[in-house]
Write a protein of this length. Sequence first.
Length: 257
Amino acid sequence: MDLLSARGVHVHFGGLRALDGVDLSVPPGSIYGLIGPNGAGKTTLFNCISRFQPYSAGAIHYRGRDLGALGPHDAMGLGMARTFQNINLFRSRSTLDNILIGMHARLGNPLAAMLSLPSGRRREGALRGRARQMAEMFGLTDVLDQQVVHLPFGYQKRVELARALASEPTLLLLDEPVAGCNEEETRELCEIVRAINRDLNVTVLVVEHDMSLVRAICDEVTVLDFGRNIARGAPVEILNHPAVVEAYLGETVAPHA
């Protein structure tokens, strides 16, 4: 059984068909890519999966459960976590605080501990210990007490990933995880995503424009164009697919031998 599946999903914004009967099947344990030119509907589908966006027709199931009636917090509570195109951190908070905030879906509200409420203090030690383990995994130990606003961009990306993983999800949704990163930061984040999948047994669904990353880490890829499915398969095959090449004319994708 697929961990995540979407069948015939439709989203309309006025007269614009953002998604026009989209299908998606993500096997458990995979790193799965969702690609397409600008405006193809990738982020809209992500928003539907994570329940930030309603859909007018179709169905989305996660671990066999229909997500249609759920809100974002309910979906996250089922074992999803998500990052966004634009870094979405509490910039005036420390690295440690941001990771702690990511634990709320699994352990309740860590803000209670930060505010020194009695119920929060009882969990504070365990929460902080877990947060430090996450920081070590992502190479953030030396910046735990620094405000994230003062961290280099690549480190902020790591903090966002660490915060997402702090809730111990089964499925991680990554929306353009290396956007704005330089070559070294991209390479490091690729290795982190591989480790998340391999060592933590987390299935990853990634939207990405960087085709070198898609080729490097994805087991399988679905391609959207104008809100419709146009191809599915292994990355090398997909990037040579005539419909994909045509859709990407003028975009930064190169067919690969």
